[in-house]
Design a protein around this ligand. Sequence first.
Ligand code: PMP
Length: 415
Amino acid sequence: MKAVKKMKSNSWDVEKVRADFPVLSQTVNGKPLRYLDNAASSQVPQTVIDRGAKYLREEHSNIHRGVHYLSQHATTAYEAAREKVKRFINAREAKECIFVRGCTEGVNLVASSYGRKFVSEGDEIIVSQMEHHANIIPWQMLAEEKGAKLRVIPMNERGELIIEEYENLLNERTKIVTVSHVSNSLGTVNPIKEMIATAHKFGVPFFVDGAQSVPHFPVDVQDLDVDFFTFSGHKMFAPTGSGVVYGKREWLDKMPPYQTGGGMIRTVSFEKTTFAPIPEKFEAGTPAIAANIGLGAAIDYLNSIDFAAAARYEHELLEYATEKLSAIEGVRIVGTAKEKASVLSFTIENVHPHDIGTILDQSGIAIRAGHHCAQPVMQFFDVPATARASFAFYNTREEVDVLADAIQKVIEVFA
Ligand code: PMP
């Protein structure tokens, strides 16, 4: 192994933060858990667990319907969570923040609803080559249904989008552009602010899959001037089943409902149904009340720490890990963009990523191995899969050292 620079000192108190996450203090296979699968799901702090438990213990009831005490309490808590989301991403109004089950539902909602109204035969939808399947398939199905065409922004060998190619794809047939803020398989941070501004020059709205950005650095939807933005709670320290799709009111008001049923109507008769305004129009049925109240608590948690310092610390950790793994003979880093967040994908010569994942698990190290729901990325880099370590602000340099040592052992076993 080549020598690796020491990590710079940082004011971030990682041990104090780790104590907030009970799951991190357990042992796995007789070893301390080293949780490095945050891009799949991050862990949940005690405050979020407590808030969910409080709802279940003291407030459990349906929202927006009952006039009774519990229902009113639950409704207040649910709507307070929406307000927190609004402030967290700096939306103009809380009503622009629609609760969904997660990013996948967010993409499906917009592809289906915006697509039904605004996409027709001969139109074009621009996606990027590094998208998660969740941000490809809904658009692909829409394109097939409407006779529209999917155009793909290519990337270079480092895993960066080729911006000139993107600009060449935009034209008067383009109806929407959809790109991830941060790639879950490569860690690339895309220059979405500039990309959005370019799309707007053509009058084209822009959708951002923010699943991998909101847990890692502050996001301001007004500053980005993004038209739609979605993220999942379970990747940002909240429970599964929570999530948001933000949309500018000017679009959401014009879009038809995605799902229909209870809770989203103004009047119903057998002749005609009229719909409630946003956000209810897009929230048919009983939502994930406990989970979204939990999402509000996760935002409270992020507000209680120095999130900007957390982001800086995490970035340093990623750089440290990149240097450390790059120094190991036989390891190839997949995704070497200049701007990266959280994700370190790699392969080891002659070792299948699933074997890497299984062997590391025996040392208590949780990483992800597979195609990461990004098969076009795997095709581009000509690999069947990668192993992926992904970091959060509670990970430590020592965990990176343990990861590097374990990888070295994998290499020795397969030598
Ligand atoms: N987009 C990206 C970039 C992701 O990383 C993920 C989750 N891996 C998704 C979309 C889908 O998110 P979810 O499964 O929470 O709906």
